[in-house]
Design a protein. Sequence first.
Length: 151
Amino acid sequence: MNFRGRGTIPENKKSKKHAELADQIYQLGYEVGYNNHSEIGWVLRDKSKLLHEAQKQLIDSPENYYNEGKTKGKLSREKGIEGSGNTGNNIIPPVKVDSPKTNDSFDDKDVRKRAYHLPKNKISELPQMVKKISVTEIPEFLKGIKHLRRK
């Protein structure tokens, strides 16, 4: 997004250097707004450097260029449009499905043949994963002396 040619820089101070600096400030604001950067770290460092340079060159209200860029960046992000004008998210057209396909390769006989080879438990037997594990049993020394126990 080119900031030059917007007419917001005063005519008597319009020079190439002023326009480039205003454009850099605007671009930084746009990037911060579009990418939702926090204004600490590198953003704060770059912003203060650019604003300090703008004050040296007597540009009126350089903070406005930054804020305008930031606002436009936020709006572009919401619309899904990046600075170049391309859409940020590509929309894929939906696929039309007439009827769901079923797999008819399995029939009842195949299922029974395969189930025959699976291990089977007796009806009264608990499954292996439900059986009591040995760590939950009472230790042998708490049961008492073996020869004194009732049989």
